[in-house]
Design a protein around this ligand. Structure first.
Ligand SMILES: [Zn+2]
Ligand SMILES: [Zn+2]
Length: 142
């Protein structure tokens, strides 16, 4: 898998560095985590990597499209390494849990805009809001 990450980094002309490999590995194993969780995960395995280095890595990986930043309204930004498949997300209003929802028709833009105003639409980003099973089972916790 490390070889895959190295190929991904080279494909977008980023140098292969230990912090970049560590962030990609953390996101592969833990999708939809926020910045602080990424920092905790990376530093648990690589204590010498600084917070700032991890911020910089997340920025570089997001800028080059290797990592996707998800920002549900009113929630902290989350990151994932599943990119390029136009999938969507379901978000719990109570606890902020996020899960993947596959593209409804299997290809971008997934949904056809009722009015496209002449734009060439190539992507649809849909957020489904609701209550996750944990919160539904324990409504008094929230
Ligand atoms: Zn929940
Ligand atoms: Zn996702």
């Amino acid at each position: 898998m490390t070889a895959d990450f190295e190929a991904q980094l080279r494909a977008v002309s980023l140098r292969v560095t230990r912090p970049r490999l560590a962030v990609l590995a953390a996101l592969r194993d833990n999708p939809h985590v926020d910045t602080n969780t990424v920092i905790d995960l990376v530093r648990a395995a690589h204590p010498t990597v600084s917070h700032q280095a991890i911020y910089d890595v997340l920025q570089a990986l997001t800028d080059t499209g290797l990592v996707r930043r998800i920002q549900p309204a009113g929630a902290t930004a989350r990151y994932e390494s599943r990119v390029g498949d136009n999938h969507h997300h379901v978000v719990c209003r109570s606890c902020g849990a996020i899960a993947d929802v596959d593209c409804a028709v299997g290809h971008a833009p997934c949904l056809t805009a009722s009015v496209d105003h002449g734009f060439v639409v190539d992507e649809a980003e849909v957020v489904f809001w609701g209550t996750c099973p944990d919160c539904a089972a324990h409504p008094t916790n929230h």
